[in-house]
Design a protein around this ligand. Sequence first.
Ligand SMILES: [Zn+2]
Length: 76
Amino acid sequence: MLSCKELVANSSDYLDAQLSLRERIAVRTHLTICWKCRRFIRQMRLTQAVLRKLPDTAIPELEALATRLAEQRKAF
Ligand SMILES: [Zn+2]
């Protein structure tokens, strides 16, 4: 069983569909039982979607969001 820490470590690869089938199943299984990680993945996905629509210039609000997400990662 994947720990929350492992899930967070794999989250970027998961969102970029870079994981092997086995790893993907492990992540999905964890997500079905862990609402914290579900929320985390949802936020990551949202952030990625927003970032993709933006030009390369940095935006203070997003910087703050990224920092907040990074802090949440540490809390795991
Ligand atoms: Zn978890």
